[in-house]
Design a protein around this ligand. Structure first.
Ligand SMILES: *Cc1c(COP(=O)(O)O)cnc(C)c1O
Length: 366
């Protein structure tokens, strides 16, 4: 099976983990700090605060920004559910804005109509590694005095206008095993604000300003040094990983060329896309349905996947909460999308096999 994702862990990670184990300092040590500093520097921010997951990065970013019960947060319905759930976890209300058909990201032209006096923040998601339209989004945030949070959990190293994502607003990253770089589980918040960074550090550690003296409610959401040391090594390799992802995406694009009923993602170098996923759309002009193509690929031992089969506002959880939005673009999109393996361990041979299977399906003789 050609998997849809597979982490690359080498001798460097092994040696680094052994070093931490032998040091006996498994958590609250120097490796976490080193990882935070190098990641912040990479993103182009002053501060990085490591945490246990991307989900926790989002929750801590919201809490530290002063988001409270009943506040509204504008976001996209087309993401991993953690994006919107982070709002529910702190009793605020995600408000969904439809997406752009070509980029799969939040449609900036539809944001302002959803802003109310209760709106406090926007969480944009750079989905599949493609940056959102940050110039337009920054303008909307400034005009309406909204806090900007970036869910960059799929976009480590992605750039908009030469600037890395996660540096426009409060950046939230995940290092889950399937992401462009990993620590197994893990997350990071990036910011230029020392006030915000300090607040997040306190929330992460029981609100302890001094050990065993707490002035407000906090939690334990600390990353361990074992994970941090893996992150330090992964970060050194991230640009190379992303380069291979891009090369694989370009190769797939060139070879798939113009097939009726297949809409390819844009692959221009200046898009700053890091191809967490290579997601095509299979329209009804293709001779077989999207689900049939998925089955054909699966039967050929290609682990293509549907990210995501159901928009967040249509999930049972959200239906029970009273969400009844009608968002036509995302509702059509979920029936068409199909992600193909392009991670750095996918070989040229693997890509050729994927291309062959899709081209054969395109003839309709299956
Ligand atoms: C992975 C992911 C998250 C959550 O990260 P975890 O580390 O799994 O908690 C949030 N948002 C998006 C878009 C993601 O892809």
């Amino acid at each position: 099976m050609i998997p849809i994702s597979k982490p690359i862990l080498g001798e460097e990670e092994e040696a680094a983990v052994l070093e931490v184990l032998r040091s006996g300092i498994l958590t609250k040590g120097k490796k976490v700090e080193e990882f935070e500093n190098s990641f912040a520097e990479f993103v182009g921010c002053r501060y990085g605060v490591a945490t246990t997951s991307g989900t926790m990065a989002l929750i801590l970013a919201l809490l530290a920004s002063g988001i409270k019960e009943g506040d509204e947060i504008i976001t996209t319905p087309f993401s991993f559910i953690a994006t919107a759930n982070s709002c529910l976890c702190i009793h605020s209300r995600p408000v969904f804005v439809d997406i752009e058909e070509d980029s799969f990201n939040i449609d900036p032209s539809k944001i302002e109509e959803k802003i109310t006096p209760r709106t406090k923040a926007i969480i944009v998601v750079h989905l599949f590694g493609k940056p959102c339209q940050m110039t337009k989004i920054l303008k909307i945030c400034q005009k309406n005095k909204l806090i900007l949070i970036e869910d960059a959990c799929q976009a480590h190293g992605a750039k908009f206008g030469g600037r890395l994502v996660g540096s426009f607003g409060t950046g939230c990253f995940s290092f889950y095993a399937t992401k462009n770089m990993t620590t197994g589980e893990g997350g990071m918040i990036t910011t230029d604000s020392s006030v915000l960074a300090d607040k997040i550090r306190l929330l992460r550690n029981h609100g302890e300003e001094n050990q065993y003296y707490s002035s407000f409610l906090g939690y334990n959401f600390r990353l361990t040094d074992i994970q941090a040391t893996i992150g330090i090594e992964q970060l050194k390799k991230l640009n190379k990983f992303n380069r291979i992802r891009r090369e694989n995406a370009w190769y797939l694009s060139r070879q798939l060329g113009k097939i009726r009923g297949i809409v390819l993602p844009e692959v221009r170098a200046d898009l700053g896309h890091v191809f967490h996923q290579f997601t095509i759309r299979v329209t009804n002009e293709f001779p077989v349905s999207r689900n049939q193509l998925l089955n054909i690929l699966q039967e050929s031992e290609i682990d293509a996947k549907i990210y995501y089969p159901l928009p967040i506002h249509r999930q049972e959880l959200y239906r029970k909460l009273g969400y009844r939005d009608s968002l036509p673009v995302v509702e059509k999109t979920v029936g068409e999308v199909l992600s193909l393996p392009i991670h750095p361990q996918v070989t040229r041979n693997d890509l050729d096999k994927i291309i062959l299977v899709i081209k054969r399906a395109a003839t309709g003789k299956v």
